[in-house]
Write a new protein. Structure first.
Length: 230
């Protein structure tokens, strides 16, 4: 009987997971981990990450361990004010996450959306593509050999370009938006690499490198006029 009680107590222990964030923005021990409107755990520790940012460990109630998958994302919300983490899984058919597993971390909603589009099932990618195409205008048809992943990545870039077009890439606001997009894309690529998805990371970086670069600002320095030769 005592052994059964002890085993029952062990089974109820919280499950631990970790994730890295390039911008933790005030997140700290004790902050809530939420899922579908319920608080399911809390942040245990936060430490400097190997490549910058932070490595965060969370503990999740054992009853909710089945909701955590290998491709689950911990999304930072309420950054700076009252931060918390939202557990979200792009594909609920993916394998469950083991105790101590490294999950994906998203420092903002843009990173979360990129990860969702890349990690989610084909239906998610198609759904986003339909929404994006409504605002981005007609796009050239993909080549016969184009993969679902490539279509999803193109959808991400089309969305970013569509959002930035309202203020033009030549304005300070437009350039700031595109710089933020590039920073978020690089953070997502680093997450993919850390999980062994090097092909997806390389494709994302290649797509970002192909984006139009902002024009070089004109040289405003005054150049002395040539003195005419008498």
């Amino acid at each position: 009987m005592l052994l059964a009680i002890a085993l029952l107590g062990c089974a109820a222990n919280p499950v631990q997971y970790s994730a890295s964030f390039n911008q933790p923005d005030g997140l700290g021990p004790g902050d809530a981990v939420q899922h579908a409107g319920a608080t399911i755990g809390s942040v245990s520790t936060i430490a400097p990450g190997a490549g910058g940012g932070a490595q965060v460990t969370v503990q999740v109630d054992h009853d909710y361990a089945s909701s955590t998958h290998a491709d689950s994302i911990l999304i930072l919300q309420g950054a700076g004010a009252s931060p918390s983490l939202e557990l979200m899984t792009p594909n609920t058919l993916s394998a469950g996450a083991a105790d101590g597993a490294q999950l994906y971390g998203a420092s903002n909603e843009d990173q979360a959306q990129m990860l969702t589009q890349i990690l989610g099932p084909e239906s998610i990618g198609n759904h986003y593509s339909q929404i994006i195409n409504r605002y981005a205008g007609p796009q050239p048809s993909p080549s016969p050999g184009a993969t679902v992943l490539q279509s999803q990545l193109m959808g991400i870039l089309q969305q970013a370009l569509s959002a930035a077009s309202a203020v033009s890439n030549t304005t300070p606001t437009g350039r700031a938006q595109m710089d933020q997009f590039r920073d978020n894309a690089e953070a997502v690529a680093a997450q993919l690499e850390a999980h062994g998805r090097t092909t997806e990371a390389a494709q994302l970086r290649a797509q970002v490198a192909a984006l139009p670069q902002p024009p070089t600002p004109p040289n405003t320095r005054s150049v002395p006029r040539a003195v005419p030769t008498p």
